[in-house]
Design a protein around this ligand. Structure first.
Ligand SMILES: [Zn+2]
Ligand SMILES: [Zn+2]
Length: 636
């Protein structure tokens, strides 16, 4: 554990100590540190309330001030069970004890009257835990399974200093205001409807504008880099994914295949069982197995998966990835080395099965549109293409005011055999990723075990304005799929050669990226992304006609504007525009109508004075053209 994790984990022991003083019946499960704090899962008949948290926290302060040493005690398995029973904690702790592998040391840690089964480590004295806070209570299933009882999870956080804690609490408060689920609703950006399905985003008109502007922006940059735009369907034949290996490698994260109508009718006639049906969907023909195995040079498809042709079941998959479709576009024509690289881009929608408990607004969903592209290049071009991918990321993130980001290079886990492809190809691909990351001039870490099954990757983690980190998309090198699909190009020697593929979706998905942007901007989108750029507010009915005229003029100039024709007072209308986070509000009175001008209020700076309509139009158009970031809001 890092010193901070040690501190936080010790805080969770202190939490358990305090909790048992107040609720002696509580049955404890586990209390690990997290990235942002710690929690303890407890089973308690009494439903904990916010007031209880205040009391528990006060008791924790006492425990900390008692300056209890954390003492380690190693025991035998039998003694451990005895200690757990003597403390009435057998309900979960005996199971946790059974998790400890035979031969491993079993230890307890004691502070004051409390003793917990724990491997450690901890701070030396409870008084070291000075800056902590209990945050919330949530339901959490024992061992994360819905089949088990739901426990109460008490969340807290702890820091080395009071200042760090205060900063964190300020950040949490800001994050609450920026929550994309809340802002998404307030600003009418997207909805999730239970009848359509959890994790499936409905982009409403306002959110669609943001997405469309982003896609246009990214597409412009892609064209500059020589990409070609393609469109492909949302489904593909199961066999395609058996060749690619996406099925069954990622079976748990995919929707169950859709069985083809005729095949379904046939197996129903045969009275086939469900288990048999699943087995037939999984199976491959001996022809396909032989083909893939010959290409990869190893037994990629094992004999137990092969079934006679008349026992195979055809079906379709909701596209879990766009790669196989793009590969088929590439392989539909012969290629010479002179044509490479071929760069195929698509805002491609894919579907993944996520547990319902994992779904979260726009950032964890079941259907999403990747800013995807596949590059087919020669081995010599890999390093240069990786640089191109990274420079695109730089341009987009800088334009959005997210220049604070870091990069992770995901490498093989040397001890695992889940990776496909030859070792020397992996070595080359990993070296190319490392070299490309170096040239970015930002911090990067190497993470063994984080590679995809077909190749190493570069991940982007951006920091938003309030310092939170968000993982976006990836760039991945792939020596494997070109082999599985037997892709070739003819080289200068007129011989067939194998291209290398690069998969890249640097912003992840439009859903996730927009979710992150909503939080990053706190809903105050720059003018070019704002669903509504200008709100017209006539002072009274007398200037309504003038307002409608200005509205037509703005719309003709390509500016997204609307007019507030309600009968409210001026103040109420201006306030409404502020709540809707419209960048510019134009107030129109008799004087303005007379002079063909507008009185400009900006979201950032407040009153900006009167300007002729033409001049205002030119100013907004220029801001949009440059994709300027909005000026910082004045502190309220
Ligand atoms: Zn512990
Ligand atoms: Zn791909």
């Amino acid at each position: 554990m890092t010193p901070l994790e040690e501190l936080r984990h010790s805080a969770s022991h202190i939490l358990a100590t305090a909790l048992l003083r107040l609720f002696p019946d509580a049955k404890l499960d586990i209390g690990p540190p997290t990235d942002t704090g710690f929690y303890y899962d407890v089973d308690l008949d009494h439903k904990l309330t916010a007031e209880d948290l205040v009391k528990i926290e006060a008791e924790m302060k006492k425990v900390a001030e008692e300056n209890q040493p954390f003492l380690r005690k190693e025991v035998s398995r039998e003694e451990a069970a005895e200690i757990i029973r003597s403390r009435g904690q057998e309900r979960y702790k005996l199971g946790r004890l059974a998790d400890i592998p035979e031969g491993e040391k079993i230890s307890f840690y004691q502070n004051g009257e409390f003793m917990d089964l724990c491997a450690g480590t901890h701070v030396r004295y409870s008084s070291k835990v000075k800056a902590f806070k209990l945050l919330s209570i949530a339901g959490a299933y024992h061992r994360g399974s819905e089949k088990n009882k739901q426990l109460q999870r008490i969340y807290g956080t702890a820091f080395a200093t009071k200042e760090e804690l205060a900063n964190y609490m300020e950040q949490v408060e800001q994050a609450r205001h920026r929550d994309h689920r809340k802002l998404g609703k307030d600003l009418r950006l997207f909805v999730i409807d239970e009848d359509v399905g959890q994790g499936l985003i409905l982009w409403t008109p306002n959110g669609s504008i943001i997405r469309q502007e982003l896609q246009t922006f990214i597409s412009e940059e892609l064209r500059k880099q020589g990409y070609s735009q393609v469109f492909t369907p949302h489904i593909g034949k199961l066999e395609l994914y058996k060749i690619s290996g996406h099925f069954p490698y990622y079976k748990e994260s995919q929707f169950t295949p859709v069985v083809e109508n005729e095949s379904l009718a046939k197996i129903l006639r045969e009275g086939c069982s469900c288990a048999e049906m699943v087995a037939r969907l999984d199976a491959v023909s001996s022809h396909l197995a032989a083909q893939v195995n010959a290409r990869t040079g190893i037994e990629t498809i094992t004999p137990d998966r092969v079934k006679p042709d008349d026992q195979l079941l055809d079906g379709f998959m909701l596209k879990p990835m766009n790669c196989p479709h793009h590969i088929k576009i590439f392989s539909s024509q012969p290629h010479s080395y002179r044509d490479l690289p071929v760069r195929l881009a698509e805002f491609g929608t894919v579907y993944r099965w996520e547990q319902s408990g994992e779904l979260n607004g726009m950032t964890r969903v079941r259907g999403f549109t990747q800013d995807d592209a596949h590059l087919f290049c020669t081995e010599d071009q890999v390093a240069g293409e990786l640089l191109g991918c990274l420079s695109l990321v730089k341009i987009v993130l800088t334009t959005l005011g997210m220049s604070d980001y870091r990069v992770r290079v995901g490498l093989r886990d040397p001890d695992s055999n889940k990776y496909t492809g030859a070792k020397e190809n992996w070595d080359k691909a990993e070296a190319a990723c490392r070299e490309a990351a170096k040239t970015l001039g930002v911090a990067f870490t190497e993470e063994p075990g984080e590679a995809a099954f077909y190749g190493p990757k570069i991940d982007f983690v951006v920091k938003d304005v309030i310092g939170r980190e968000w993982q976006l998309g990836t760039v991945q090198v792939d020596y494997n799929l070109p082999i599985r699909f037997d892709l070739t190009y003819s080289g200068a020697d007129n011989q067939p050669h194998r291209p290398v593929m690069i998969h890249r979706a640097p912003f992840g998905s439009m859903e996730r990226f927009c979710g992150v942007l909503i939080e990053h901007f706190g809903g105050d989108f720059p003018v070019w992304l704002s669903p509504e750029q200008v709100r017209l507010v006539p002072i009274s009915e007398k200037t309504l006609d003038y307002g409608r005229e200005v509205l037509s003029q703005l719309r003709a100039a390509g500016i997204r504007a609307s007019i507030d024709e309600h009968n409210d007072k001026l103040g109420a209308k201006v306030r409404r525009a502020e709540i809707d986070k419209v960048p510019y509000t134009l107030v129109l009175g008799a004087k303005e109508a007379e002079a063909r001008s507008v009185s400009v209020r900006s979201r950032a700076k407040g009153d900006e004075g009167v300007a002729p309509v033409d001049q205002f139009v030119a100013k907004v158009q220029e801001e949009v053209r440059l994709r300027s970031l909005s000026e910082k809001k004045r502190p309220a």
